[in-house]
Design a protein around this ligand. Structure first.
Ligand code: APR
Ligand code: PHB
Length: 398
């Protein structure tokens, strides 16, 4: 496919943000070119959380890519909190007037979006190297890149920086024009994927004195488990047997008994951070998704925040091109950040409630653990507290 040297919106990154944005714009005939530094297989190899808010599902429906999601996704009306050796269900559906979440791996969302773009025959440059952004503070932005040894220039009206936390887009903004807020957590998540039936039909979030644990899933035959671990722990220390024993220890007796173990087909340690860059617009460059913010995975907000950014940006660009109205572009950053900060706060609160912190941290040591137990005791006894948790977990309105 010959890649054009001019388009309306140049999208940097073919992860969920870039692919969903391009799909929504394509429905209105707005031209895009996506530049992705990796191969399609590499993009699909990344294992990421897959708990979709209903608003994210609705966006995927609007983009025309929700058919397999509806066939294979698992609607969840609640989840369990596990502490003090017992499990307590948070009834999302009852507490939120009927809302639920859908469990469907991010890899599958990305796969569906990639297949959709390919079916439309829209230009995507994989393994684009040396991507650099130019002129976005003026009226004629341009992106330079190298592909198969050949240098290219892509002239455009707007650039969407959908290239994640380590991307080039945010890094291209002059330091004086951007404020970056960050909190790095003093632990990591060791994640395991196994071809085993999930231990329960809903997710289990566990606060244990040895650390946090999470029982999740990708399907009825593919399970995803996590335990909080030290970032100093080499992955080699975590054999499958050591992992399964630690997970059992951190669960209630019934779940520990029910757990079906098997060989790990993926095992990795991920750091946790909270990060927000402000603003999210710089002239004709718009940041979306992980390029602008990172949340600890506890609240499963990462993909859903990327989706809400894409909702605001696609709506603004469509208003601009189809209705010749610029208000959406003007208000893009403020609208995104209002929702980003609320989701960041919830993710930070849930992470602080469920993990063991060192004595040096405010919520750390024995007293911090007792405070967490008190909050969990209060939470499971208070309809009001559970409602606040449920409203944030299913996702706040756009
Ligand atoms: N040039 C081109 N592409 C780049 C560059 C670059 N310089 N740097 C990064 N990329 C690509 C990455 O290879 C990746 O495919 O941009 C894409 C960014 O995708 P994500 O990191 O998945 O970010 P996003 O699309 O915003 O999705 C957010 O992914 O990380 C999870 O938890 C997060 O669920 C959330 C979702
Ligand atoms: C996952 O399935 O990977 C997952 C689910 C819920 C979370 C985090 C991760 O809060």
């Amino acid at each position: 496919m010959k890649i054009p040297d001019r388009t309306q919106v140049a999208i940097i990154g073919a992860g969920p943000s870039g692919l969903l944005l391009s799909a929504l714009l394509a429905r209105e005939g707005i031209e895009t070119v996506i530049l992705e530094q990796r191969s399609p297989d590499y993009v699909l190899s990344r294992i990421r959380a897959g708990v979709l808010e209903q608003t994210t599902v609705q966006l995927l429906e609007r983009a025309g890519v929700a058919e397999r999601l509806h066939r294979e996704g698992l609607p969840h009306d609640g989840f369990d909190l596990c502490f003090g050796g017992a499990r307590h269900r948070i009834d999302l559906k009852r507490l939120t007037g009927g809302k639920h979440v859908v469990v469907y791996g991010q890899t599958e969302v990305t796969r569906d979006l990639m297949a959709h773009r390919q079916s439309l025959g829209l230009p995507t440059v994989y393994e684009a190297e040396e991507v650099s952004l130019h002129g976005f503070d003026g009226a004629q932005p341009m992106v330079r890149y190298v592909h198969q040894g050949q240098a290219h220039e892509l002239h455009c009206d707007y650039i969407a920086g959908c290239d994640g936390f380590h991307g080039v887009s945010r890094a291209s903004v002059p330091p004086r024009a951007i404020t970056q807020h960050e909190r790095v957590y003093p632990f990591g998540w060791l994640g395991v994927l196994s071809r085993t039936p999930p231990v329960a039909h809903e997710l289990i979030y566990s606060n244990h004195e040895r650390g946090f644990a999470l029982c999740s899933m990708r399907s009825h035959t593919l399970s995803r488990y996590y335990v909080q671990c030290s970032l100093q722990d080499p992955l080699e220390n975590w054999s499958d047997d050591v992992f399964w024993d630690e997970l059992r220890t951190r669960l209630d007796p019934a779940a520990a008994q029910a757990l079906i173990t098997g060989p790990s087909i993926e095992k990795s340690i991920a750091p946790l951070r909270s990060f927000v860059a402000e603003p999210m617009r710089f002239g004709r460059l718009f940041l979306a998704g992980d390029a602008a913010h990172i949340v600890p995975p506890t609240g499963a907000k990462g993909l859903n925040l990327a989706a809400s950014d894409v909702h605001y940006l696609s709506t603004a660009l469509i208003e601009h091109y189809v209705e010749d109205r610029g208000a959406g572009l003007e208000h893009y950053s403020a609208r995104c950040l209002a929702r980003v900060w609320k989701a960041s706060r919830f993710s930070w609160w849930f992470t602080s409630l469920m993990h063991r912190f060192p004595q040096t941290e405010l919520s750390g040591g024995p007293m911090g653990y007792r405070m967490q137990q008190a909050e969990l005791d209060y939470l499971v006894q208070s309809e009001a507290a559970q409602t606040v948790m449920a409203e944030n977990y299913v996702g706040l309105p756009f």
